[in-house]
Design a protein around this ligand. Structure first.
Ligand SMILES: Nc1ncnc2c1ncn2[C@@H]1O[C@H](COP(=O)(O)OP(=O)(O)OP(=O)(O)O)[C@@H](O)[C@H]1O
Length: 254
């Protein structure tokens, strides 16, 4: 088996919201070109963990962090690591689709324009490539200048994925990206993830066990802010090492 490169490496990562110890000694390596699923019951720290990976949590004043997070070998908690730089490598898709109240085209070119790209031909190419990459081009190619709010929820979510792709990230963080979608849109986004992992690394928080089993290569089971078990998804779902993992995936608690 080829040894895949490590994208994220967290070392004794701890996080507190005031006195609430939300992440406890997380040591986890995320590999490139894989889908890594984060599962666990409500309130166990899944969202906190992925928002730590792009430093979104630091917007919350009561947050304290100790330990280290290395992204591609560099410590992103280091004050010298610019958050703007991190965000060019790490995109995020949220639970509820959140397109801007602008046209489909403007949603996609927003990031590239911030990065200084002004050439219309290049922007047009980015729009087509990103929408194709997010498997929504055929559905929207004739209405690029219509407002994104006119799209269905599932289309809006794929548009948000396309918006992420437009700035050519390395990692895509997804926080329950299909929980607001119908089964058909969910399937489309899941199929899309399988395509995207050829070029990107994906970390997804999901409450849906079947989804984690279907789409991910590795799974981390979080409980009360700790990682109980982290392993190949096949192993987690067939022969988990920890009784608590087994109880959770078989629906005995959580
Ligand atoms: N902004 C915040 N301020 C204070 N405490 C917070 C904040 N966000 C989360 N917490 C606390 O941190 C813990 C972990 O929450 P988090 O949202 O990361 O869990 P989760 O596993 O993603 O839950 P869910 O599955 O319900 O979304 C909880 O005890 C929660 O109350």
């Amino acid at each position: 088996m080829v040894n895949k490169k490590v994208v994220y490496d967290t070392k004794d990562l701890n996080l507190w919201y005031g006195n609430d110890h939300a992440l406890k000694n997380i040591n986890l390596q995320v590999h490139e070109n894989e889908v890594t699923a984060i599962i666990g019951p409500s309130g166990c720290g899944k969202s906190t963990f992925i928002k730590t990976l792009n430093r979104m949590v630091e917007l919350i004043p009561v947050v304290k962090i100790s330990g280290d997070i290395q992204y591609r070998g560099k410590s992103i908690l280091d004050k010298s690591y610019k958050v703007e730089e991190l965000r060019t490598h790490v995109g995020m898709v949220f639970q509820k689709p959140n397109p801007f109240p602008k046209s489909i085209y403007e949603n996609i070119v927003y990031g590239p324009k911030i990065h200084g790209i002004r050439n219309k031909k290049i922007l047009d190419e980015i729009v087509e490539k990103s929408l194709r990459g997010a498997a929504i081009w055929d559905e929207v190619k004739d209405r690029l200048h219509e407002n994104a709010y006119g799209l269905s929820g599932g289309q809006q979510q794929r548009l948000c994925i396309a918006r992420c792709l437009a700035v050519e990230p390395d990692v895509i963080l997804m926080d329950e990206p299909t929980s607001a979608l119908d089964p058909i849109s969910t399937l489309k986004v899941e199929e899309l993830m399988q395509e995207l992992k050829k070029d990107f690394s994906i970390i997804i928080v999901t409450h849906n066990m079947q989804q984690a089993a279907r789409i991910s290569d590795k799974t981390a089971f979080f409980l009360n802010g700790e990682v109980v078990e982290y392993s190949d998804t096949n192993k987690i779902f067939s022969t988990p090492s920890d009784k608590r993992t087994e109880d959770y995936i078989t629906g005995r608690f959580g």
